[in-house]
Design a protein around this ligand. Structure first.
Ligand code: FES
Length: 391
């Protein structure tokens, strides 16, 4: 592994391009299908993380086509339990045709522990097709500022490589906050990306639990430090600058608020949180606090449109969220984290009302205004609710 290298771009381009002109916010509908893909490589990145490369056969190429920033859900069954985890598709910058996931160890009995200790070349994993809405705003010639915490680097390095390739007029600056140099995921690949785009790509590592010899790049990325980091990257919120944030909730929230307070256009700031406030990302055993239904609570008639099919199920008052009722009738309802983080269970409300409560991290204000909800967090407020998972 190369030592951490802070790389600074020296110039930007000025020619016209239509790269990125398509709207990356168009939501791709997640299929209900699950597919077994063969592991072709398991590469240890750090003590606690591996990069898993999967073979996508020709007949599934379209199914697994994806945009930078999208993620897949892995379904893993063991000892009678089913675990689902969501991972960003993280392409090696030098091999955009490879289909790769970066997996951290996590909880002792979770999928991450299995993947980082047992999973080997030749094994298979069960995946649902890619989906998601996390993407860079389409703005040819922009300065894209990417801020990652920990494994939040995985979608951002993919987005950086893609936009640098596709838009020769853009500039990309990346801040990666990691606890220590030894835990810096994909540092080698960031250095390679710098070699490939020496004038247009800048990467800066900030070690939160290790002294790098400079206060600016040691300690938390917080409201006080962020403006100085941006200045070091020659970046400032304003026209022509976009921001993409990915990491733990605390980092993403603080950085996002700081950017808005500094005048960033909310539409130019995109974010994805991969860890909820509870500190658990995708733990199916943990959902919302159990609901104690009022004595006069009535069942709810839930209609779900899914893959062109209509499913009707009666939700009982004791059932916590819409997902619980839907799973009884239709086990293939898409979900992963059950914590309002990954957005896998996103659906549009066609009729009725739900209470989404707090603690949802996957939908932005536009999606909420358009009537989207997360069925893993939504509790019905009306006797009938109609949901469209294909919208
Ligand atoms: S299952 Fe992840 S947001 Fe609902």
């Amino acid at each position: 592994m190369r030592p951490l290298l802070d790389t600074f771009a020296t110039s930007d381009g000025t020619s016209d391009t239509d790269a990125g002109a398509s709207d990356p916010r168009v939501v791709r509908t997640r299929g209900t299908s699950w597919h077994r893909l063969t592991v072709t490589d398991v590469l240890r990145l750090t003590e606690e993380a591996v990069a898993v490369t999967l073979h996508v056969p020709d007949d599934l190429r379209d199914t697994f086509a994806h945009r930078p920033g999208e993620h897949v859900v892995v379904r893993h069954r063991r000892a009678g339990c089913e675990l689902r985890r969501s991972y960003s598709v993280c392409l090696p910058p030098g091999d955009p045709d490879a289909f790769r996931l970066v997996i951290k160890r996590g909880a002792p009995n979770g999928f991450g522990a299995y993947a980082t200790t047992i999973l080997a070349t030749g094994d298979t994993l069960e995946l649902a097709p890619p989906g998601g809405t996390f993407a860079l705003p389409a703005l040819p010639g922009a300065h894209h500022v990417l801020i990652a915490g920990g494994s939040g680097i995985t979608p951002l390095i993919t987005m950086a490589a893609a936009v640098l390739r596709e838009d020769p007029t853009c500039r990309v600056s990346l801040i990666h906050a990691v606890p220590t140099a030894a835990k810096a995921l994909l540092a080698d690949e960031l250095a390679e990306l710098k070699d490939a785009f020496v004038d247009r790509f800048t990467a800066l590592h900030v070690l939160t639990r290790e002294d790098r010899g400079s206060e600016l790049v040691s300690g938390r990325v917080d409201t006080a430090k962020l403006p100085r980091l941006l200045a070091a990257l020659d970046a400032s919120p304003g026209p022509g600058t976009t921001f993409a944030l990915c990491g733990p909730e605390g980092l993403v929230t603080e950085v996002g608020h700081t950017l808005l307070a500094q005048g960033a256009d909310p539409a130019a700031v995109r974010s994805e949180t991969f860890t909820s406030a509870s500190g658990t990302r995708q733990n199916p055993a943990q959902g919302m606090p159990p609901l104690t239904p009022p004595a006069d609570a009535r069942p709810t008639r839930i209609t779900a449109l899914f893959g062109g099919r209509r499913t009707v199920v009666t939700g009982e008052p004791r059932e916590n969220v819409l997902l619980d009722a839907l799973l009884r009738a239709y086990p293939d309802v898409p979900y992963a984290c059950r914590e309002g983080v990954c957005g896998t269970c996103r659906a549009k409300i066609l009729t009725g009302e739900v209470d989404l409560g707090g603690g949802q991290y996957a939908l932005d204000t536009e999606e909420l205004a358009a009537g989207y909800t997360l069925v893993c967090r939504a509790r019905p407020l009306t006797a009938e609710v109609t949901l469209d998972f294909d919208a």
